[in-house]
Design a protein around this ligand. Structure first.
Ligand SMILES: Nc1ncnc2c1ncn2[C@@H]1O[C@H](COP(=O)(O)OP(=O)(O)OP(=O)(O)O)[C@@H](O)[C@H]1O
Ligand SMILES: [Mg+2]
Length: 264
């Protein structure tokens, strides 16, 4: 199954130079005192199969940028391209339908993608195995733990068969151990499927644990302040010395950004 997924995404990846291209993107919102510039001239590519984390202080515009890449909102200036098709999205809140079982939530995504009715059940089971939830097909959302819900949400996002997965603090509400397990799962799935991932977080360790590249946004307005290539072998552990070392360096920069803009 993992191979089939990999093939599907490889094909898309091979056809395009990048999974997402963000070119000179700015975004303003109307505020009481006129337009408020939230993102200022952001330029960033995500390569096919690349895992990028977007890091920045609260309110710096991370979710705004992700929503623009998802096509949920339009930039005020600049352009965004996702040539592999519509990206899949996953949020901090699982956003599963509570009246459907785990399996049916995934099947809904498959139906929207045009997968034939007869194939949906097997495919949903395969996706549940991918996130190690084989027994959860018939379970309703309220019967699942927070970590299990996020696994189903991950399976549902992958069911969309997008080349690009956008994740907005998907594990922020989970306890540290569950989050750690889900980091492992996400890394494994990313490596098996060759998906491109743009992952938003304000947790520096999480950013370094997961990514090949960490992009730091400044605040008010959000600009690309700095980026790091994370050349540490996967699978990593959040407590690895190399992860800790780079996290210290990035935290220093993040603190500088926050001080400069008077936030905390
Ligand atoms: N639809 C909107 N209308 C008006 N202002 C908005 C809208 N969406 C976001 N903003 C403003 O844009 C700024 C950036 O918000 P955004 O949610 O992107 O930040 P963030 O980096 O994701 O923060 P957090 O880490 O807390 O999730 C904030 O000042 C917010 O109030
Ligand atoms: Mg946010």
């Amino acid at each position: 199954m993992a191979t089939a997924l990999a093939k599907a995404t490889d094909r898309t990846a091979a056809a395009h130079e990048y999974a997402a291209r963000i070119e000179h993107v700015s975004k303003s919102f109307d505020g009481p005192a006129g337009p408020q510039l939230v993102l200022d001239d952001i330029t960033l590519d995500v390569a096919p199969g690349e895992f990028v984390t977007l890091l920045g202080a609260s309110g710096c515009g991370k979710s705004t940028l992700l929503n623009l890449v998802a096509g949920l909102d339009a930039p005020t200036a600049g352009a965004i391209e996702t040539p592999g098709g519509r990206p899949a999205l996953m949020f901090q809140e699982h956003a599963l339908f509570p009246w459907l079982t785990a399996g049916k939530n995934i099947e809904l995504a498959l139906r929207l993608r045009g997968v034939a009715k007869n194939d949906r059940r097997d495919r949903a089971q395969e996706l549940l195995s991918l996130v190690r939830l084989e027994g959860a097909y018939g379970k309703r959302v309220h019967e699942l733990s927070g970590g299990m819900r996020q696994r189903v949400a991950m399976a549902r996002a992958i069911a969309q068969d997008s080349q690009l997965l956008l994740m907005d603090e998907p594990f922020a509400a989970l306890d540290a151990i569950t989050r750690d397990v889900l980091h492992d799962e996400l890394t494994r799935i990313w490596r098996e499927t060759n998906l491109s991932v743009l992952f938003v977080t304000h947790n520096v360790r999480e950013a370094v644990r997961l990514a090949q590249r960490v992009v730091l946004l400044s605040s008010r307005p959000g600009r690309v302040a700095h980026e790091w290539t994370v050349d540490i072998e996967q699978p990593r552990r959040i407590e690895d010395a190399e992860v800790a070392e780079l996290s210290v360096e990035i935290t220093e920069q993040l603190r500088g950004e926050i001080r400069r803009h008077g936030q905390h």
